[in-house]
Write a protein that binds this ligand. Structure first.
Ligand SMILES: [Zn+2]
Length: 75
């Protein structure tokens, strides 16, 4: 399957309900309806939804990374 690159998602009621028991793994805050999130790699298993402004897009791998995690791995 071809990757679509930067895909941003809006928090709708379904995501609000499924993601908010844990909240955002990057900042620990809860998601708000209408916020932009992306699936990103970070200090966790696989890809998780985090706030879009906490993510960095990496062109080489065509994926988002949590910012501090990305800094650490690219040093
Ligand atoms: Zn966040």
């Amino acid at each position: 399957m071809k990757a679509h690159g930067r895909s941003k998602t809006l928090i709708d009621l379904e995501k609000f309900n499924t993601l908010n028991p844990e909240g955002c793994p990057a900042c620990g805050r809860k998601f708000e309806l209408g916020e932009l999130v992306v699936r990103a790699r970070g200090n966790w298993e696989g890809e998780r939804y985090i706030h879009e402004d906490e993510a960095t897009f990496d062109r080489e791998t065509n994926s988002y990374y949590e910012r501090s995690y990305y800094k650490k791995t690219s040093e």
